[in-house]
Design a protein around this ligand. Structure first.
Ligand SMILES: [Zn+2]
Length: 213
């Protein structure tokens, strides 16, 4: 999911686009983990932020090598990762999304419900939105979400010839959705916008995302 919000709220205080450069207070129990370009602010286990940053770095490097679109490997990103679902729920955009990407004049942010390794694909999905938006790639909504899903399942394996990257493995649950529900006509799919219920209601979202990828 990609959104453009004016502000979010962390630790009970409003964080506007003007003061998001330092959104985390140590008093509130937030910890920052950074590799320089990617900073993760989390209430959770900071050790879980390290593999997240590694995943983002690997995906960024792999996409840069594909040449499918320009990737700015020096772009900076702030990741806000909650620890408890009930805390994220205060800022959740809708019941169907447990993460979102936000672009502001002062910076770019990925907001995550948590740092659970099982949510790695969701994080990579949002990171793909960041990479595309940062270089100004504008796509129809279905294609933007479809590409984010397509790259979200990337895998890197090593063999004697070096690293081998695989993109496009099925997202868990998508095929089951497509087998269970009648598909949207393509004309309808192509017209879905961010104001559509297919972008906010969980069941409809599941069909929209499944068909898009
Ligand atoms: Zn998305």
């Amino acid at each position: 999911m990609i959104v453009s919000l004016g502000f979010i709220i962390l630790a009970g205080r409003p964080i506007s686009a003007d003061n998001m450069t330092n959104p985390v207070s140590e008093d509130a129990g937030w910890i920052r983990v950074s590799d320089g370009n990617i900073s993760v602010y989390t209430q959770g286990d900071p050790a879980q932020a390290v593999p997240l940053i590694a995943t983002f770095s690997q995906l960024r490097s792999a996409l840069a090598q594909t040449g499918v679109f320009h990737v700015d490997e020096s772009a900076t990103l702030k990741v806000i990762a909650f620890h408890y679902e009930k805390e994220f729920n205060q800022y959740r955009l809708n019941l169907g999304a447990c993460a979102f990407f936000q672009q502001t004049r002062r910076g770019e942010y990925v907001v995550l419900q948590d740092l659970e390794p099982s949510h790695r694909n969701v994080s990579a999905h949002e990171f793909t939105h960041f990479l595309l938006a940062h270089v100004g790639v504008t796509l129809p909504l279905w294609l933007n979400e479809g590409l984010a899903d397509f790259y979200s399942t990337f895998e890197i394996a090593q063999d004697i010839s070096g690293d081998k990257v695989t993109f496009g493995r099925p997202v868990v649950g998508r095929q089951a959705i497509l087998r269970s529900y009648p598909w949207l006509p393509l004309d309808n799919l192509f017209r879905i916008s961010t104001s559509s219920s297919y972008y906010s209601e969980p069941e409809q979202m599941a069909l929209f995302y499944s068909e898009s990828c």
